[in-house]
Write a protein that binds this ligand. Structure first.
Ligand code: NAD
Ligand code: UFG
Length: 332
C-alpha cells in the first residue's frame, strides 16, 4: 500500500514505519522535526534495507501537503503528528489546539481534495478521563480530560467521527494507546525526548545512565497495591503492530475504535523493580508529592482488538525494560 505517515520520524511513528517497510508498503513520511531528528530516516534504512520518502514539512502547510498528495497519491494516512507533553499543554493551550487540531483539519481537507478518505489516528487512553473502573473498555464514556493535550485527542475523535457521519466514504480508526515504552530491538530507534523527560521510562533510563541523579516517584498514597500509580505499559513494537493489524479494517467505512494495551497494570515501583531485575542496574529514587492531574490507575481491556484484529501485545515487561536500556546505552 501507499501510506502517508505524519510524525513518522517520532517515537511511535518510526517503529510503525519499520513494520510497514518490512512488509513492503511504500512509505511517505512527513514530519516538521519539532520533536525528532532527520537521522531517524537513516536508521529506518539501516534496520529495514529500504529508505522511506521523507519530507520535512508541517501538517499545517496546505501547499506542501497538496504537492505531496499530488506526487504520491497515498491510499491511507497514519496520523501520528502532534504535540504530546501534558504539562506543556497546560501552559501553551493555543499552541496545542493550533498544532493538533488546526493541523489535523488542514490534513483532512487536503485528503478530501485528493480523494483519500482513510485515516488511522493516534488517540490516547487519556480520552477516558478518570475512568469509573478498570479495565477500561472502548464503550466506556469519554470526556473529563484534565489538560489541553487530552482535550485535543477528545475533540479530534469527535471531529473524525462527525466526518464519517457526514460522508460514508470515510473510514477512520481511533487507536487509543495506553503507555508505550521500550525501543526497537536494534537499539537504533527509541524514545528520545529533548530536555528532561516527562514520562517514566525515559526518566528511569537516564537515571540508570547517570545523566539524571534520582527518579521522583509521584506519590505512594494512591489506592493501588503499593500506593504508586498503575499503568498499562505496552512495548512500542507491539503498539506499532497494532497499526498494521488495523489496516484491513480501513476497507470498511465508519469508525473503528480499539484500545491498544496489554490488559495488565504495573505500578511505578513494579517498573523500577523490573528494570533493576532485567538490566542489573540500580535506580535511585525518592517518593515525592503526587503529580497534579495524575490518576491512580489506568489499564485496558484489549479484547476487542484481539477478537476483531487478531492483535495482541506479546512482549514482556522485561523486554520493554531491556530494550529501553539498550537504546539509552547506544545513544551518543
Ligand atoms: P513524538 O513527539 O515522538 O512524535 C510526534 C512527531 O510529530 C514528532 O516527530 C514531531 O516532530 C511531529 N510533529 C508534531 N507536530 C507536527 C506538525 N505540525 N507537522 C509535522 N510534524 C509534526 O510522539 P509519539 O510518542 O511518537 O506520539 C505519536 C502520537 O501518538 C502523538 O499524536 C501522541 O499524542 C500520540 N500518543 C502518544 C502516547 C505516548 O505515550 N507516547 C500516548 C498516547 C498517544
Ligand atoms: N511517574 C513518576 N515519576 C516520573 C514520571 C512518571 O512517578 O518521573 C509516574 C506517574 O505519576 C504515573 C506513571 O509514572 O503514575 C506513568 O507516568 P507517565 O508520565 O509515563 O505516563 P502517563 O500515564 O501520565 O501518561 C501517558 C502519556 C499521555 C497519555 C497517557 C495515556 O504521557 O500522553 O499515557 O494513558 F495520554
Amino acid at each position: 500500500m501507499r501510506i502517508l505517515v505524519t510524525g513518522g520520524t517520532g517515537y511511535i511513528g518510526s517503529h510503525t514505519c519499520v513494520q510497514l517497510l518490512e512488509r513492503g508498503d511504500d512509505v511517505i513520511i512527513i514530519d516538521n522535526l519539532c520533536n525528532s531528528e532527520a537521522s531517524v530516516v537513516d536508521s529506518l534504512e539501516k534496520i529495514t534495507g529500504r529508505r522511506p520518502v521523507f519530507y520535512e514539512a508541517d501538517i499545517r502547510d496546505r501547499e506542501a501537503l497538496d504537492r505531496i498528495f499530488s506526487a504520491y497519491d497515498p491510499e491511507v494516512v497514519i496520523h501520528f503528528a502532534g504535540l504530546k507533553a501534558v504539562g506543556e499543554s497546560v501552559s501553551k493551550p493555543l499552541e496545542y489546539y493550533e498544532n493538533n487540531i488546526s493541523g489535523t483539519l488542514t490534513l483532512l481537507e487536503v485528503m478530501r481534495a485528493h480523494d483519500c478518505r482513510k485515516m488511522v489516528f493516534s488517540s490516547s487512553a487519556t480520552v477516558y478521563g478518570t475512568p469509573a473502573s478498570v479495565p477500561i473498555r472502548e464503550e466506556f464514556p469519554t470526556g473529563g480530560t484534565t489538560n489541553p493535550y487530552g482535550t485535543t485527542k477528545l475533540f479530534l475523535e469527535r471531529i473524525l467521527t462527525d466526518l464519517t457521519v457526514s460522508d460514508p466514504r470515510w473510514s477512520v480508526a481511533l487507536l487509543r494507546y495506553f503507555n508505550p515504552i521500550g525501543a526497537h530491538q536494534s537499539g537504533l530507534i527509541g524514545d528520545d525526548p529533548t530536555g528532561i523527560p516527562n514520562n517514566l521510562m525515559p526518566y528511569v533510563t537516564r537515571v540508570a545512565k547517570g545523566t539524571l541523579p534520582v527518579l521522583s516517584v509521584y506519590g505512594n498514597d494512591y489506592p493501588t497495591h503499593d500506593g504508586t500509580g498503575v499503568r498499562d505499559y505496552i512495548h512500542v513494537e507491539d503498539l506499532a503492530a497494532g497499526h498494521v493489524a488495523v489496516l484491513p479494517c480501513m476497507k470498511t467505512p465508519g469508525v473503528h475504535i480499539y484500545n491498544l494495551g496489554t490488559g495488565v497494570g504495573y505500578s511505578v515501583l513494579d517498573i523500577i523493580n523490573a528494570f533493576e531485575r532485567s538490566t542489573g542496574v540500580k535506580i535511585a529514587y525518592r517518593i515525592t508529592e503526587r503529580r497534579p492531574g495524575d490518576i491512580a490507575e489506568c489499564w485496558s481491556d484489549p479484547s476487542r482488538a484481539a477478537k476483531e484484529l487478531g492483535w495482541k501485545a506479546e512482549r514482556t515487561l522485561e523486554d520493554m525494560c531491556r530494550s529501553a536500556w539498550n537504546f539509552e546505552k547506544s545513544k551518543a
